[in-house]
Design a protein around this ligand. Structure first.
Ligand SMILES: [Zn+2]
Ligand SMILES: [Zn+2]
Length: 137
């Protein structure tokens, strides 16, 4: 089963990359660039297939943002990262960042009770100024 073990190696390279960048906004393009650097070049459709499989297996979380941004992926670590990430986009430099917030998580469950609405956190983006842009003002 040479083919299967080769696939496993590629999949592991993707998982390792996501694990090393835990909490960061990682797109298919970045995964592809990383694999090329590691001399494990994988075609885009194959990466998409791997990512679908990893999401189904629960190893990776997929965020699909508004039409302007590509989907991104995050390594799921049940032990030290139990919460979903929130997205933040800097209006000045356009950077998309991940951040964790227990308060926002609570707000979500509160709103469910008080306003009977459910926020789709996997599609929600907060807008503002990132630290670097804020300091350079
Ligand atoms: Zn993201
Ligand atoms: Zn910025």
């Amino acid at each position: 089963m040479v083919r299967a073990s080769y696939q496993t190696k590629q999949k592991k390279a993707i998982l390792d990359f996501l694990q090393q960048n835990k909490g960061a906004h990682i797109t298919i393009q970045q995964i592809s660039a990383h694999l090329q650097q590691e001399n494990t070049a994988v075609s885009m459709p194959t990466i998409y297939r791997y990512m679908d499989a990893l999401v189904r297996e629960g190893a990776v979380k997929k965020y699909v943002l508004d039409g302007n941004a590509a989907a991104c992926f995050q390594y799921e670590d049940e032990t030290d990262m139990p919460d979903s990430s929130f997205h933040f986009r800097c209006g000045q430099c356009g950077k998309l960042l991940h951040f964790q917030s227990r308060e926002l998580q609570q707000l979500d469950s509160q709103l469910k009770k008080s306003a009977s609405v459910k926020i789709d956190l996997e599609q929600t983006v907060f807008y503002g100024l990132c630290g670097a842009c804020e300091h350079s003002k």
